[in-house]
Design a protein around this ligand. Sequence first.
Ligand SMILES: [Cu+2]
Length: 158
Amino acid sequence: MRTPIAYALLAFAAPGLAAPARQATTTAPVKEAWDKTAPRVTGASVRLNPVPGRPSAGYLTINGGGQPDRLIGATAPGARVEMHSSAMAGGVMSMARLDAVPVPAGATVSFAPGGNHLMIFGLSGTPKTLPITLAFGSGRKITVEARVASAGDEHAGH
Ligand SMILES: [Cu+2]
């Protein structure tokens, strides 16, 4: 029996997703190097939906760079990619579309089953890998080659 999925298309969702900002606790003058370290993206994978025509889920981990940034979009060739959050409420799994996901400096931002994820629509065939390009508010773009897991491993999609 499939759990009904409530699609909540919110313009801007889940403020709780933002990692708490680090507060400066010292008044001493701090000379910080202007750290331009880029965010890193690892562990990208796509879990194909076993049901044809249904969206697949994408997962990855972003390690924030030296400056705070925001993930503002994701794209993949031949597919449409959305950023979603998911949450259990009253026994029902619901998803909300995210316009942006904060990536604080040095923080780990996970897209993982049960939480934030990429929703990949219109993916055809069963490619072994899928290049996913992440766009950041800073203008930076990072493309990662996501490993595609076939349907049947665990819970594909939703
Ligand atoms: Cu979703």
